[in-house]
Design a protein around this ligand. Structure first.
Ligand code: NI
Ligand code: MN
Length: 231
């Protein structure tokens, strides 16, 4: 399984069976994205919440690729209203898709559509694909229940915001890593706009000082993921 980082919260996963899954595909309006939505296709799109920097180009990509959009109920209904296939879920629930398992977790943030309407609660995503567990926290503040998520799931890769202002900054993100205990943390949601400027290398050294491991991905970089926990 491969993971490609487009910057901000946007990722592309390519499974071993060649399914393409996007998370929060904010590309065209994203000054740091190395690709535009014209270049991207998807079998599935998973959304953490409806803010423009996460919903991004979902509708456009889903329409041209006939993608299935996976989101919490209110947001799934919103995209369905735009003529896109959707699978409605909600926080605490999980479902086995053809490509693997998706569970939505809590996240402390907001969620409204580009038109300004309530879009349900924001979420984090727990993904188990090809025997690898990924926890994309979504946009969130630090919260103590992350410890529970880490205790109940052996997280191979945690994707955690460090940009501050709207989400955790570095100090809180380091604490979130201590709570979750992932084998590897990848910093996200930074340097897209000046208000969320943050140094991923500083985050990496602070995480390493605590005895954890971090990987900073270049915008556009793709890596091969591995199961890092013995399961
Ligand atoms: Ni947001
Ligand atoms: Mn955001």
């Amino acid at each position: 399984m491969k993971l490609r980082y487009f910057s901000h919260s946007a990722f592309q996963i390519t499974t071993d069976s060649n399914k393409i899954i996007l998370i929060d595909p904010f590309l065209d309006g994203n000054p740091t994205s190395p690709v535009t939505s014209d270049e991207i296709f998807a079998d599935y799109i998973i959304l953490t919440h409806a803010h423009g920097d996460h919903l991004g180009d979902t509708i456009k990509i889903a329409k041209k690729s006939n993608s299935l959009v996976i989101a919490v109920n209110e947001l799934a209904n919103y995209v369905a209203g735009k003529g896109v296939k959707a699978h409605n879920m909600h926080i605490g629930g999980s479902y086995n898709f053809e490509f693997g398992r998706v569970k939505f977790t809590i996240a402390h943030h907001g969620s409204s559509t580009p038109e300004g309407f309530y879009a349900g609660e924001p979420a984090g995503i727990l993904l188990t694909i090809d025997g690898i567990t990924i926890y994309h926290t979504g946009d969130t503040a630090l919260f103590y229940d992350m410890k529970l998520i880490g205790e109940m799931n052996k997280i191979d890769y945690m994707l955690a915001p460090i940009g501050d202002n709207f989400t955790m900054g570095i100090e809180d993100a380091v604490k979130s890593v201590e709570f979750v205990n992932p084998k590897c943390v990848i910093p996200i949601h930074y340097n897209t706009f000046s208000v969320i400027n943050s140094d991923p290398q500083t985050f990496k050294s602070k995480v390493e000082e605590k005895g954890y491991s971090a990987k900073v991905l270049n915008f556009g970089e793709e890596i091969q993921l591995q199961a890092l926990w013995e399961k």
